[in-house]
Structure formats: C-alpha cells, structure tokens
Design a protein around this ligand. Structure first.
Ligand SMILES: [Zn+2]
Length: 385
C-alpha cells in the first residue's frame, strides 16, 4: 500500500491527473459543463434584448432609468416610465416598497413584467416584455400630466361621464314615474269600472229582489185566497160547552146547539163533511168547533140565523173560518167596523176588507206586515183541511 502511494505520488503531474479524472468517470465531465448551461441561456436572452434595442434608434444607450410621474393615469394614480419606452402602473405599495406592473395589459397582450422599487431604487425586470417598447412614452406622459388642457379634458371627461350617468338615472327615474302614473291611472280606471260594475250588479239585484218580493206577495195572497176558498164551507162555533171531554160526540153537541140555541129547523137534514173541536185557547175559553158543511146552503142558513138568534147570547159566536193571516186582518178592522156601525153606517167585512157604505175602508190593510201576536183568540185550522 505504502509502496503504491509512493509510486503514485511521484507520478502525479497535472496532465496525467486530468487524464485520470476523465478516465474515472464520464459523468464528471457532464457535471462540469452543466452549471454553465443556465447562465449562458440567460446571457443569450440579454444579448437578444440588446439586439432589439439596438435596432431602435430612440433607445438610449447606458443603464435603464425610471421616472415616477404622479397623476399620470386616468384615475390620478402614479405611473412609472422608463427611458426605453415601457410604462408601468403601481401594483402594490408597502413600507416604502412598491411593485410596478407593465401597463400593457389588454385583451390581446398581457405583459407580466414587474419592476420592484425599494426606497427609490429600481430593480430592473428579470424577464422580457412580450411586446415592443414605445419610445417617447416618458416625454409624452410628462406632457400629458403637465398640460392643463389634459387634466381639464380628464376632468370634463369625468364630469361628462358623471353627467351622463346622472342624466341616465334621471331618465330612468322619469320613466319609472311615468310607468307608475300609468299603473295608477289604470288601477283608477279599473276601480272606477269595478265600482260601476258593482253598482250595476247591486241595482240589478235590487231590481230582481223587488220583483221576487212582489211575486212572493202575490203568491202569498193567492195562497190565502185559495186557503180561504177551501174554508168557504166552514163555520167556527165559539162558546159551545164541551159535554164529555175527549169522549164528546161533537156532531151531536153541535146539532143540539143549532136546534136549541139557534132554533134551526130540520137540523137533521144538515150534513157535515167534517166536524171537530180546535185546540185549547190561550184565553181559557171553551174550545171552538169547526163545522165543515157539505152543502153551502146549509152553511148560509146557519150563518144568516146567527145575527138574530145569538144577538142576546154573547157567550156564543159564529164566524166564517178564515186562515190565521186573514183573521189577523179582521181583528184590526173589527173595532173600526163597530165604530162605523155605531155611526149608523153600513159596514161589513168581505174577505179581508172592510166595506163602509160600499167603499173599501182601508186599502192598505193587505199590505201591513203579518202580525206576530201570540195565542189564538180566533180559530184557525191551518193544516187541518
Ligand atoms: Zn410589458
């Protein structure tokens, strides 16, 4: 081992070492070259940049310089312009450090070149712009900012924008007001036509209601007439004593009454279709007897005899039977009839009317509201026939 070292050490000239190293590994030679690849590429880019600038007559020689111009953008922000022809807008600003982004950012070209600024020192971008420079940008920007006309134009431009916006708003508001007015008018028309329609409907309803009321009244009167007509053969006998309660033979009782109290001849010839007592009276008097004669002549014979034969027997009464409604009308007319009779005037009830000297006394008697007087002072046989 030592021998080898000794041998080797004297044989270590510069050239053989290199030869040995090259022989040791091919990989080593790559390692030597590899680090140089990247910087050489960067250098080539820089060279390429220079060549571009060289083509442009206006591109100044020497280092790139930067100028910040305040109020240079339309929004009044500062702009960074270099002496080559690139301009930058302020991207970020913090603790005296600012980043500026190339102002070429439109739909077709978006340049991402950034210039860093720290305490007034600018660090040129490490990458190239993807567009050509615009020489004279610095001067043009300076002129734009310092020329009053420009700011005036900007201001008036902004004012114009604001004014346009305002007038647009006013126009919108105006059209909204007009629309509202139209809606209000329409709703007014609608409510007017609605209320007219309602009034018409109410008028029609009232009209048809009056017609129905009138028809109902006529029908009611017609029904009363028919009911009265069906009672034409009936007489109501009041005050006849009940002989044996519910065991009573009412027909025998009535025939006895007609014979004994009214002195009607040939009572045995009188025929009745129906004969019965009415229900209890509210005044506690004897229950009335309803007699339905078979022949109207018998009805008339008995009815006519009543006036003279019962004149002095007030405990008894004989009346033509009528429906309750007609009885109620009679009840109102009877006091008047008695009054006229005391005056020696000819007064009598015909159906539901009082005739005084051949004239109808009260035309409105039929129009009065139906009475609601409780009890049954006068006989009524509604539903019995
Ligand atoms: Zn750019």
């Amino acid at each position: 081992m030592v021998k080898n070292r000794q041998f080797q050490q004297p044989n270590l000239p510069e050239e053989p070492m290199q030869t040995e190293k090259e022989d040791d590994s091919l990989h080593a030679s790559f390692n030597v070259e590899l680090p140089f690849d990247i910087p050489s590429d960067v250098e080539e880019e820089n060279i390429a940049d220079d060549s571009v600038y060289d083509d442009d007559e206006d591109v100044p020689a020497g280092p790139v310089t930067y100028t910040v111009i305040d109020n240079a953008t339309q929004r009044g922000k500062p702009k960074l312009v270099d002496n080559i022809g690139f301009s930058y807008t302020l991207k970020t600003e913090k603790n005296g450090a600012r980043t500026w982004q190339c102002s070429v950012r439109n739909k077709t070209i978006h340049c991402g070149v950034i210039v860093h600024e720290k305490d007034g020192v600018f660090i040129p971008p490490s990458i190239q712009h993807n567009h050509t420079a615009a020489p004279g940008t610095l001067t043009a920007t300076k002129i734009k900012v310092t020329t009053p006309v420009h700011s005036e134009n900007v201001r008036s431009g902004r004012e114009r924008k604001d004014t346009n916006k305002m007038s647009n708003n006013v126009n919108t508001a105006d059209s909204m007001i007009i629309s509202l007015d139209k809606i209000t008018d329409r709703s007014k028309e609608h409510s007017i036509s609605n209320s007219c329609e309602i009034e018409d409907r109410v008028r029609n309803l009232e009209k048809s209601n009056r017609k129905l009321e009138s028809e109902n009244f006529e029908l009611k009167e017609k029904f009363l007439e028919l009911q009265s007509h069906s009672m034409k053969y009936n007489l109501t006998f009041g005050g006849i004593r009940n002989q044996d309660g519910y065991e009573e033979n009412t027909e025998d009782v009535l025939r006895s009454f007609l014979l004994e109290e009214m002195e009607i001849p040939n009572v045995g010839d009188i025929q009745f279709q129906n004969l019965h007592r009415l229900g209890e009276r509210s005044d506690g008097k004897e229950r009335s007897i309803i007699g339905c004669f078979t022949r109207f002549s018998d009805h008339e014979r008995v009815n006519r005899a009543a006036a003279s034969k019962l004149k002095n027997k007030p405990q008894f009464s004989i009346y033509q039977q009528y429906p309750r409604e007609i009885n109620e009308r009679h009840k109102k007319l009877i006091p008047k009839m008695k009054e006229f009779k005391r005056q020696r005037r000819h007064a009598k009830l015909v159906y539901d009317k009082l005739l005084v000297d051949g004239e109808v006394y009260n035309l409105d008697a039929r129009c009065e509201a139906p009475p609601t007087i409780p009890g049954q002072p006068l006989p009524n046989n509604d539903g019995d026939y």
